[in-house]
Design a protein around this ligand. Structure first.
Ligand SMILES: [Zn+2]
Length: 295
């Protein structure tokens, strides 16, 4: 079973948010990004399109992420319509006043299985005490905390000509260690093997058994390390995390590009070339995420 653990749903609301931020019309945003912006706010139709896309590539399931505040309910509708194809995580800005309420709604109303946090985008440290009640809620619901560390590109912000707002001082995964210790039953997912903080992510993973990594995207951060290859990254991740805490993902997001088969093939090739067993590959490409999402 193949489960893509990292797919962003870019709804019309997502594009509208960024168009508003950049003070351009949604038509201008479509021109500048080259993206096919959904014609309506009906996210269910977009979910149907993603099901067809997964079918085309023989992918069994995907974990879909809302990508703008307020889209969690829409993701819930997609998941409710296709419960055998999707699990959902919601995008969260924990610095917002209503963050607790949004978590409750995401978990109990939309029935989503995790929250996605971006410290460098929203300017907070993951060990900020304000986040403790939020991690407590996720922990009680047996949901996951997906936290992006390392390099963070927001392509739509660049394409719309906006000034960058990402602040990397918030992006070191070591700041998650105390939290991982305080919430030993909560699963923390670090995407892209730490997106540049590979060494720190390995350190954290070796000491905290509730830290998971995802393999998503083309992992272009690897070029920061002379001589490092995706093969070596998988080898070291398997050494430190073992085969049960590595989650396959593609970081697919928009149409017309659709599902990132190129990222899937590259990861398959890397795992085959280092001689990863079929059993371990099956875990990475789906079994582990099935366990995280309680399927
Ligand atoms: Zn992503």
């Amino acid at each position: 079973m193949i489960i893509d653990g990292h797919v962003h749903i870019f709804s019309r609301r997502f594009y509208q948010f960024w168009a508003d931020e950049a003070r351009v019309s949604i038509e201008q945003a479509a021109d500048k990004t080259g993206a096919e912006i959904p014609a309506t706010d009906d996210t269910v139709a977009l979910g149907d399109r993603w099901v067809a896309e997964l079918d085309k590539h023989g992918v069994d399931r995907a974990v879909v992420f809302s990508s703008v505040i307020g889209d969690g309910g829409a993701i819930g509708q997609i998941v409710a319509k296709h419960p055998t194809r999707f699990s959902g995580f919601f995008f969260l800005n924990p610095t917002h006043q209503d963050a607790m309420q949004r978590i409750r709604r995401g978990l109990s109303e939309a029935k989503l299985r995790g929250a996605c946090l971006f410290p460098a985008m929203h300017h907070f440290y993951p060990d900020d005490e304000r986040l403790h009640p939020m991690f407590t809620l996720l922990d009680k619901a047996d949901a996951a905390a997906f936290i992006h560390f390392g390099m963070l590109k927001i392509p739509i912000q660049q394409k719309l000509g906006m000034s960058p707002t990402v602040d990397l001082k918030y992006s070191n995964p070591i700041r998650l260690h105390s939290v991982a210790n305080q919430f030993p039953n909560l699963k923390f997912i670090i995407p892209h093997f730490g997106a540049g903080y590979f060494h720190e992510t390995l350190m954290l993973g070796s000491q905290a058994k509730n830290i998971y990594v995802d393999t998503a995207s083309s992992n272009s951060w690897i070029s920061l390390y002379p001589g490092l290859t995706l093969e070596t990254v998988f080898e070291q991740a398997l050494e430190v995390f073992g085969p049960d805490r590595i989650l396959f993902g593609t970081d697919s997001s928009s149409f017309p590009r659709g599902w990132r088969n190129d990222n899937f093939k590259r990861q398959q090739e890397a795992l085959a070339s280092i001689g990863a067993s079929k059993v371990d590959q099956d875990k990475i490409f789906g079994g582990n995420m099935a366990a995280v999402c309680k399927l």
